[in-house]
Design a binder for this molecule. Sequence first.
Ligand code: GLV
Ligand code: MG
Length: 335
Amino acid sequence: MRNPRSHFAPLAIGAPEPLREIPVGPMRMIHFFDPSSEKMLARLPDMAASADILLGNLEDAIPADRKEAARAGLVRAGREIDLGSTPLWTRVNALESPWVLDDLVTLVTEIGSRLDVVMVPKVEGAWDIHYVDRLLAQLEARAGLSRPILIHAILETAQGVANVEEIANASPRMQGMSLGPADLAASRRMKTTRVGGGHPGYRVLGDPAGDAARPSYQQDLWHYTIGRMVDACAAAGIFPFYGPFGDIKDLEGCEAQFRGAYLMGCVGAWSLHPGQIAVAKKVFSPEPSEVAFAKRVLEAIPDGAGVHMIDGKMQDDATWKQSKVMVDLAELLAA
Ligand code: GLV
Ligand code: MG
C-alpha cells in the first residue's frame, strides 16, 4: 500500500501539485563521488559528460571528520559546477546517524532545485521511507520548491529484504532501489569480506557419474535478493539497480555480475571508479543484434497478437512484449 498521507509538498498553499511521473532517462550507472575531495570536484564536469547519473556520497566511506566537508562540497557541486543535464543524486547518512537531519535540511534548502534523488541507506521498512517523505515535503514547502525530490532505497539489511514490497510501495516519491551487498552480507551474517560479486567457495559441483573431472561452477550469491528486488520494483513501477562491485580492478568479474543483474531486470548499477562507467554502459545497453531481432518480432507481429515463426523460433504476444522492452530501451539510449 502506498502511504495515503504522502503527497508531494502537502504543506504548500494552494492546489496540490500533480504527482510527477518518475523521470525515465539513461540510468545505466549511478556514479559515486566523494564531495569532500577537491580532486573529485574538479573532475566532476568530465564525469558528468560520461556518467548517466552522478551521486555525491555522504554515508559510508566518508569518515566522521569529513562529513561536514562532504555536505559542503556537495552544495558547491550543486550550485557552482556545471553538470549539464546529468541528474544529481545524493546518498545521505543512515537515519539513526547524527548527520542525516543536517544532510536533508542543508541539501534541500541549498540545492533542492538541482537535487533529483535522495538515496536512503539501510532502509528497513516502509516507516523509514515515510519519515524521509514527510521531511522532504516540509523542507520543499519551506524552500518553495515545486518539483518533488524522489527517494531511492538501498536494500541492505535482512529486515529490508523481508519488507521489500512495502518499501517499494511506501511513497509516490519512490524512484527505485539498489542492492547493497556489503551491508546485507553483514546483516545476514554471511561469511564474506567483499563488496558485491561472487565468492570462490560458493559453488555447485558437477555430477560425479557424469564427469570424471567433476568440474564445479561458482553460483551467484545475490540471485535471490536481486530476484525479490526486481519483482518488488516491477510491481510498484519503480527501477531496480545492482549496487556496488568493490574490486575495481576486476572488470571481468564486474561485467559478469552486472550482466546477470541486467538480464534479471535491473536497469543499472553503481560505478565506484571511472573504469566501471564503461562496463555499465556496455552491459546495460542492449546488444545491437538482440535489438535487431526484437525489431523483427515487432514488425512480424504488428498488432502484438498471434503466433509467428522467425528463424524456427516461435514468437507470440509474450515475446512481442519482451521485444518491446528491448526496443524501447534501445530507443531511450539512442535519444
Ligand atoms: C552498499 O552500500 C553496500 O553496503 O553494499
Ligand atoms: Mg551499505
